[in-house]
Write a protein that binds this ligand. Structure first.
Ligand code: NOJ
Length: 768
């Protein structure tokens, strides 16, 4: 146990005073004042474990220790995962401590056998994998899950994923990804929870709870990895792997809190990021990996690199060669080398030459062995690889039902003119058009782990056919292509127009191909790719109602579509059961309740655009329209196409004026903001009631508003509920001019409403 073992002295001194350390805050709602965090409970001192691991480390050679710090991937062929012969020999020689991309109960058992029967010390392997939004049963992509604003649903998705993955022998997932992402050109916006620090922190913690469950010894635990540490989401120009340069305040106020929230929720490991931060690659960054992660945050788990990110410190221009890169990484605080083989090839020489302290190696080995111990692998290395459990878990009907439910909850209704949705169940003829309308491979999006792309996913065509039955004619035509090179081609247009002509209305399922978001999938424009908008323009000429079902992993610029489609439903990539879920929403069996977790720009030139920007000294306000020397564009409004927090329902909600029980609070006191929300429409529906706060004057300038609370509430037609939100000075804290952390006395505005545009407001003061 770090800090409790007298032999491990390298990283002593945990910050006791948050103020002095400038600790990144976690949202007050995420912590229960006074109670120990999940991490403190999960990783409580364990003398028996410490003795066991100390004894084991005492027996290990330096080579065997370095083996525990080495992670390799397995390969794939048509029949599934395979292992290069060389790697198998490395496992047998004790040179590998963990494997990723290997699963199925049988395959992991076979590999585990090599480790426990052929190595000298019989230390079991740890099996990792990217279980991101499902394992076999795939849920909506992470950004879609975030749009639910439903922490229980998100936790459940992670739990189901863990149940399936752990039954296939996996112990460890490379999730959650908690990078705050505000640039939709960056393809990895799809993998996180969007742009907001508060929402992102709560979601990160929910995912950790879901993956890990309550007890690491349970066989359906999947150790979580919080990634990518840190600030990867601010890649310059939205280009993946690119440079990040930001102030320490921005880092601590915006980018770090979701990591801290996930850590407190008990996350067992951290993954370094590919980017450099202020000139230092994250994988060699002592400030991040030791000063913040270990000393300030007291992290007890282990740190793994991202894929070959140690080696990449050479092209970064930070290390002379791989040996030097390995030294920089391990000395900065990396415990495990993913795929780079740098530790394997060079670390021994570095230790022997005195450039890496033996105690630092022991510390890293301890971090890794502790997790193997906590999972119970020393008691039974095969406990996860269970064919019977695997059979029962994979695509279990309950899992599929859960995936369908989360998918429905993730879909954001962006427009619904004339209540064109929901479709009448008696609809006689629908033209279903677009490259995504009947594409199985796209339904599950990127990072879909072991999800099947060929057979299992339910497409929108299938879903609608099943829902509407034989009486409705669904006239399907692909019509257009989402490939970038489809350009000016009109191939397929005639079929689509013919299908539309014989139908009462058009449902166009369009967007991006699944691999246009995710890793290494940056774009310089955000339009619908290919000739999709061109086809929509032709269809528009027919004068029939058009419903656009958008599928993509990022905000797109859809200004023409927003103007010309009658309804727009953002379905993200909705997962294995996606087609059923889309059908549920289109016909109104489910009333949409999702809200955007990320701002939709009008065009790429507004990027980065997010709701909690600064005001500037020359704000372009409503009373100054048309004036020149203001912070504005000449050709596009400043406002987004759709703001953060926005999303419609098939019903409507009314808000009473927000009231406060106190106009002024002192530090340590709380105030309560109350609002009555009424379902003013004719259908039952859920509303996400959002509360934002603006700090009017600060020792450093403050955002125009920040999300501080939200609650999702179900209301029957005509029903009203009064919601109360408690806030204290803790919720108003930030890193002040001197980098101390806390609130500042002064005037605040509070807004409550249906999106980040809410105007329903009240004012209060924080006294000295
Ligand atoms: C690279 C990605 O950046 C990371 O997110 C992922 O977990 C690893 N590869 C392993 O697949």
């Amino acid at each position: 146990m770090r800090g409790s073992n007298p032999n491990i002295g390298m990283r002593i001194g945990v910050c006791l005073a948050a103020l002095a350390c400038g600790l990144a805050p976690i949202p007050a709602a995420a912590q229960d004042a006074g109670k120990p965090t999940a991490a403190q409970t999960l990783y409580a001192p364990d003398a028996k474990m410490d003795r066991f691991i100390s004894d084991l480390i005492a027996k290990m050679t330096l080579d065997e220790k370095i083996g525990q710090l080495t992670l390799f991937t397995s390969d794939w062929d048509v029949t599934g995962p395979t292992m290069r012969e060389g790697y198998k020999r490395d496992i047998a020689a004790g040179k590998v401590g963990a494997i990723f991309n290997a699963y199925t109960a049988k395959y992991t058992r076979d590999l585990q056998k090599v480790a426990v029967e052929q190595t000298r010390l019989k230390i079991p392997l740890l099996f990792g994998y990217d279980v991101i939004h499902g394992h076999r049963t795939i849920f909506p992509i992470s950004l879609g899950e975030a749009a639910t604003w439903d922490l229980e649903a998100i936790e459940k998705a992670a739990r189901v994923s863990a149940v399936e993955a752990s039954a296939e022998g996996l112990h460890w997932t490379f999730a959650p990804m908690v990078d705050i992402a505000r640039d939709p050109r960056w393809g990895r916006v799809s993998e996180g929870a969007g742009e907001d620090v508060y929402l992102g922190s709560l979601i990160g913690a929910a995912r950790v709870r879901g993956f890990q469950g309550k007890d690491l010894k349970a066989t359906d635990t999947l150790l979580a990895t919080v990634k990518h540490f840190a600030a990867y989401g601010q890649a310059q120009a939205g280009r993946d792997y690119h440079t990040t340069d930001m102030s320490d305040r921005e880092l601590r106020d915006t980018y770090l809190p979701p990591f801290k929230a996930a850590l407190d929720a008990g996350a067992a490991s951290f993954m370094t990021s590919f980017n450099e931060l202020n000139g230092i690659p994250a994988t060699g960054n002592t400030y991040l990996l030791t000063d913040i992660l270990r000393k300030e945050w007291d992290f007890k788990g282990f740190v793994v690199t991202d894929y070959t990110s140690i080696n990449e410190m050479v092209p970064h221009g930070f290390a002379r060669d791989e040996a030097h890169a390995g030294e920089l990484a391990v000395n900065a605080g990396v415990d495990m080398d993913m795929q780079g083989a740098v530790f394997m090839n060079h670390l021994k020489a570095s230790v022997e030459a005195g450039r890496v302290a033996p105690a630092r190696i022991d510390e890293a080995v301890r971090d890794v062995l502790e997790m193997k111990y906590r999972l119970g692998l020393f008691e039974d290395p095969y406990r996860y690889s269970n064919e019977k459990r695997e059979k029962a878990a994979i695509y279990n009907p309950k899992h599929l039902e859960a995936a369908r439910d989360v998918a429905r909850k993730s879909m954001v209704l962006l427009k619904n003119d004339g209540n064109v949705l929901p479709l009448a169940k008696t609809a006689k003829s629908i033209a279903l058009i677009g490259p995504l309308a009947d594409s199985k491979e796209d339904m599950i999006g990127s990072w879909s782990a072991a999800g099947d792309r060929k057979e299992k996913p339910v497409t929108v065509l299938q879903g609608l056919r099943e829902k509407l039955g034989k009486n409705a004619a669904i006239n399907f035509a692909k019509g257009a292509s989402y490939e970038f090179n489809a350009g000016d081609s009109t191939d397929g247009f005639a079929d689509a127009i013919a299908a539309a002509q014989k139908s009462d209305m058009i449902v166009a399922v369009m967007g991006e191909k699944w691999d246009m978001t995710g890793e290494a999938a940056s774009r310089t424009d955000l339009d619908l790719p290919g000739n999709q908008t061109a086809l929509l323009k032709e269809l528009k000429k027919l004068g029939k109602p058009i419903v656009l079902v958008l599928m993509s992993g990022r905000p797109n610029s859809i200004a023409w579509e927003a103007e010309n489609a009658d309804a727009i439903l953002h379905a993200w990539y909705p997962g294995t059961m996606g087609g059923h879920a889309v059908a549920d929403v289109l016909v109104g069996d489910y009333n949409p309740s999702a809200k955007l977790p990320i701002t939709f720009p009008r065009n790429v030139g507004q990027v980065p655009i997010f709701y909690n920007m600064k005001n500037t000294g020359r704000p372009y306000t409503a009373d100054k329209q048309g004036q020149k020397y203001l912070s504005r564009y000449l050709n596009t409004p400043n406002s987004p196409l759709y703001p953060f927090g926005y999303g419609l329902s098939y019903t409507t909600f009314g808000y009473s004026p927000v009231t406060l029980d106190k106009a002024s609070i002192r530090p340590g006191e709380a105030l309560t903001a109350s609002v009555t929300v009424t379902n003013t429409g004719s259908r039952a529906g859920e509303e996400v009631v959002q509360l934002y706060v603006q700090d009017l004057v600060g020792s450093v300038t403050r955002p125009v508003r920040e999300l501080k609370r939200f609650e999702k509430v179900m209301l029957k037609p005509g029903e009203a509920k009064t919601l109360s939100f408690k806030l204290s000075d803790k919720d108003l804290a930030f890193h002040r001019a001197d980098m101390s952390y806390g609130a500042e006395a002064g005037d605040f505005k509070l807004y409550v409403g249906t999106s980040s545009d809410a105007t329903n407001q009240a004012a209060f003061t924080l006294a000295e």
